[in-house]
Design a protein around this ligand. Sequence first.
Ligand SMILES: [Zn+2]
Length: 442
Amino acid sequence: MSILFIKNADILTLDAADRVLVRSGIAIQDKQIVAIGETPPDFVADEIIDATNHVALPGFFNAHTHAAMTLLRGSAEDLPLDRWFNEGIWRTESALREEDVYWGTALAACEMIRSGTIAFADHYFWMHQTARVVQESGMKALLAWCVFGSDFAAEMGPTTLELTSDFVAEFQNSAGGRIRTMLGPHSPYIGNTKSLQDAANVARKLGVGCHIHVSESQGQVDNSYKQFGKSPVAYLNDLGIFDTPSIAAHAIYVNDDDIRILREKNVSVAACPKTHLKLAMQTTRIVDLMNAGVNVALGTDGAASNNDLDLLEVMRLAALLQKHDTGDATVLPSVQALKLATQHGARAMGFNNSGVLQVGADADLVLINMDKPHFTPRHNLAANVVHSARGSDVNYVIVNGQVLLRQGELTTLDEEKIMREAERRGLEMVQGARGQTQTYKG
Ligand SMILES: [Zn+2]
């Protein structure tokens, strides 16, 4: 059992009272926080971290990404969504090999830990390779194996619903509870009705949710009305996809009836504002969804449309865009923006004992070094984190009491080797691309 003591930290607890503690301690025993603020005088630690000039806060939850797409970073630039898919992603992914998923995800893990992300909701292929990275890195993750569900020959690898449900059964709550799972039907616009219905039935049987792309463009919504006479959200709901607590990625073009369904079915929305800006999409109506009682979390999406995995930047963009789009500078104040990136993500991903710094919570936290010009003076710690911090300011990352980043150094991953392998494999993939795996007609 490891015992860790963090001293002299300024702490954004994000607890029910939004307490901010100044020059305080956090005592961690094994996986949990056992004291905060006042520390028991007899507490003896194996490791003491002096967090003078650091702010401690819950670690970030990236609620929608395709981690291994780091290999495609910068390969499909300055394109609208349809051309980004057809001329970029689905062409390059024709050369994706199973082992690439491991190295691309390992690269993503290095980047995410460095910028304070402690958990990610992944949606990709050959998901047991992603699970390997989660096991080795010490991160937490919600893994969903993507199934297109339109044509077996067009799937990436030998993917069937049976195979992905076997993955769920095998990996749910594995790695000491750090891995959770969902099913991963790609979207209503790729999957056919039967495949989506089948996924919903299996999800119900396994007691897991679905992680799925929803309503990313007006074209998708128009096609849904043409084909099915209803919105994508209503269509998925009628097929039973939302019968278990699920994640709807993007959910940009939703009407009030859709929002009611999302609320009633306890669906979390993962907003990805940087992708929305880069592909010239509209943005998720975060404030409207939250006012209606929907749990809204934040995602980076894949690095092919972001082009990094820095959730601090995503959080800042989410706050700025909501202020801009609503014409109301008072919406999404900093503490609320922090909650989107932490406890809302934890809830979306089923890590219900994380996302807050209090006694009994999982010891999932980050320390940001504030001893820098862009954090001076420190009038408002939450605003400093949301509007001034960058990923490289994160100095320590702790997950389940294990230090994954210590004074800016990764402790669990061989970053040099991972970067070399990822560079080689990324270049080979783009050069070896044969043709499209899918056709997007949104
Ligand atoms: Zn996505």
